[in-house]
Design a protein around this ligand. Structure first.
Ligand SMILES: [Zn+2]
Length: 85
């Protein structure tokens, strides 16, 4: 499981699609549970969009919106593979 520091240092790679799928999922998993990292990632995302950088595999506007939507709604809906403690 990633901690906040791992997520922070991987945020740019995560958003540019450069992470291996497995790590990507771990980041998403963390973001669903951690509001601080969600905000941090959204800030990086906003920055990347503002700079109009072109990563190897840029997320589409649709993908970005899907992420933001998933993150926003993560508390409202029970995910099938969500474990409660
Ligand atoms: Zn965190």
């Amino acid at each position: 499981m990633l901690n906040c520091r791992d997520v922070g240092s991987n945020a740019t790679e995560f958003l540019s699609g450069a992470l291996p799928m497995r790590v990507n999922l771990m980041v998403v998993w963390h973001l669903l549970r951690c509001g601080n990292c969600r905000l941090a990632v959204i800030q990086v995302l906003t920055m990347l969009r503002a700079l109009r950088r072109r990563p190897a595999k840029p997320p589409t506007e649709e993908q970005i919106q899907a992420w933001l939507k998933a993150l926003d709604h993560s508390h409202d809906h029970d995910h099938p593979d969500h474990t409660h403690h």
